[in-house]
Ligand binder design. Structure first.
Ligand code: SF4
Length: 195
């Protein structure tokens, strides 16, 4: 993977980028950048693995996507933090959502959005990033959530199911940062994080 080409492709598409060797270094940076504001966190295993909610809570108001009571408040926070299901080296970012609030928050409504991306999320081009999102990330998430879907049994690929418990309801492709999306930064981390 050519890191400088990836960063340049993302920057041409309207994103600020940063790079860290470890989740710990990225976490330290984010705790410096995000201070004294309200923060919404999407359903993200990457964010969980980085224990960001815990560290940011010490000096921000942090609201989790998984807390149903705070869902509408999450949509109004200053900062929103998410990951992606696939990032192409050419710069396209892909997310799959079941409830819709993660995609919604990454598109509009916050002053700044951070996309935290471990190296395992990166694919050489758009088609492969899409394939990764659908056939790697989504099945593993369905398995983690113990959904009654064909992919959850093996976590091997998408079966494009019609299950009532299907987790794939919407797909977003970021070709560029949308005009009204606020500032957006892709934080690249040289570790395996999330699915
Ligand atoms: S569409 Fe169904 S089978 Fe495919 S990844 Fe989503 S939940 Fe699994």
């Amino acid at each position: 993977m050519n890191l400088s080409a990836l960063r340049s492709n993302l920057e041409e598409r309207g994103y600020k980028t940063s790079f860290f060797e470890t989740a710990q270094e990225a976490s330290r940076y984010l705790n410096q950048e995000i201070d004294g504001v309200s923060v919404g966190i999407g359903g993200s295993v990457t964010v969980q693995e980085m224990h960001l909610s815990e560290s940011l809570s010490g000096h921000n108001q942090v609201l989790w996507h998984w807390d149903q009571a705070s869902l509408s408040a999450v949509a109004k926070t200053d900062v929103y933090i998410s990951s992606v299901n696939g990032l192409a080296e050419t710069g396209e970012m892909i997310n799959i959502d079941g409830s819709g609030n993660r995609i919604s928050s990454t598109l509009f409504g916050h002053k700044k959005v951070y996309f935290l991306v471990g190296m395992n999320k990166i694919a050489p081009d758009y088609e492969k990033a899409l394939h990764r999102a659908r056939n790697v990330a989504a099945p593993l998430n369905a398995k983690r959530l113990r959904r009654n879907t064909p992919c959850a049994e093996k976590g091997d690929r998408c079966y494009d199911c019609k299950s009532p418990q299907r987790i794939c309801k919407a797909l977003s492709v970021f070709w560029e940062k949308p005009d009204l999306a606020g500032e957006a930064e892709v934080v690249l981390i040289n570790q395996k994080l999330g699915f």
